[in-house]
Design a protein around this ligand. Structure first.
Ligand SMILES: NC(=O)C1=CN([C@@H]2O[C@H](COP(=O)(O)OP(=O)(O)OC[C@H]3O[C@@H](n4cnc5c(N)ncnc54)[C@H](OP(=O)(O)O)[C@@H]3O)[C@@H](O)[C@H]2O)C=CC1
Ligand SMILES: O=C(O)C1=N[C@H](C(=O)O)C[C@H](O)C1
Length: 236
């Protein structure tokens, strides 16, 4: 595949390395100062940029009829808008808050655990995410996916970022976002009762899993149109 990288930071560089190992070519690297780039010769674009740039980048891909894989988090208020535009332009689009195989298995485990605990009112659920100091958004996209999957499979109704909100609704899931040097991404879902704690945790050791997942998704999306998820890609 001829790949356009929209965002050439920590993730863009990791994707480049793994894409070259898999026999792909990087034909374009876009940073914040590149405004007039031409996408037309790309087989796919992979966006790992910043929250404020994602919507414009995705839109440019639809306009240029280039399939787009988006891993950028923190822009989801506009997700339905991008889905509609994709259908209107007959584009191809995959967004995932986390592209790693391990986290996508962890997402399934999280849903199953929420279903199992739904009949019990003795456990209180909480989520914690830890990331490196450069991360722009909080809570992480992965933590939001975990919370939304718990809400869909339990009697909880909302989530909130702990310590930054003073309106704590009942049945809400508290999310704690910690920032520590060099942490690629650690997520914990914890259920606590008076007598015990049940905890599921995913720890990324580096960024290679995210990058490989995004490239596998790009390979899978070739010659397709529509909006898909990593569940479709991985057959989960
Ligand atoms: N879904 C997933 O699996 C994962 C998602 N992420 C997400 O990916 C995003 C990027 O993460 P990471 O690589 O660590 O971040 P970095 O800060 O290392 O890289 C972001 C890059 O985006 C570039 N950029 C800024 N504006 C634009 C623009 N308008 N168009 C294109 N590129 C632009 C910056 O360029 P410049 O250098 O010129 O400023 C920078 O190099 C984040 O939102 C993060 O949350 C991260 C890991 C996994
Ligand atoms: O910013 C990051 O680094 C990461 N962002 C994603 C998120 O917000 O969930 C995925 C991963 O945890 C790394």
């Amino acid at each position: 595949m001829k790949i356009a990288l929209l965002g050439y930071g920590k993730m863009g560089k990791t994707i480049e390395q793994i894409a070259l190992e898999r026999g792909h070519a990087i034909i374009l690297k876009v940073g914040k100062n590149d405004k007039n780039y031409d996408l037309t010769s790309a087989d796919v674009a992979i966006d790992f940029s910043i929250p404020d740039a994602a919507v414009e980048n995705i839109t440019r891909c639809f306009e240029a009829s280039v399939p787009i894989i988006c891993g950028t988090t923190g822009w989801l208020d506009h997700f339905e808008e991008m889905v509609s535009l994709c259908h209107q332009k007959k584009g191809a689009f995959i967004y995932a808050s986390n592209f790693s195989l391990g986290v996508n298995l962890y997402f399934e485990l999280n849903k199953k655990l929420a279903q199992m605990l739904k009949p019990l009112d003795t456990y209180a659920v909480a989520i914690e995410e830890i990331h490196h100091l450069q991360k722009l958004d909080a809570p992480s996209g992965t933590a939001i996916t975990l919370a939304e999957d718990i809400i869909a499979n339990s009697d909880t109704t909302n989530w909130f970022l702990k310590d930054t909100t003073d309106t704590i609704a009942t049945n809400g899931i508290p999310i704690t976002a910690k920032r520590e040097p060099e942490v690629p991404g650690t997520h914990t879902v914890q259920y606590t009762s008076q007598v015990d704690t049940i905890e599921i945790k995913h720890t990324a050791h580096n960024r290679n899993g995210f990058a490989l997942g995004a490239i596998v998704a790009a390979e899978w999306l070739q010659n397709k149109t529509g909006v898909y998820t990593m569940k479709d890609v991985l057959g989960l």
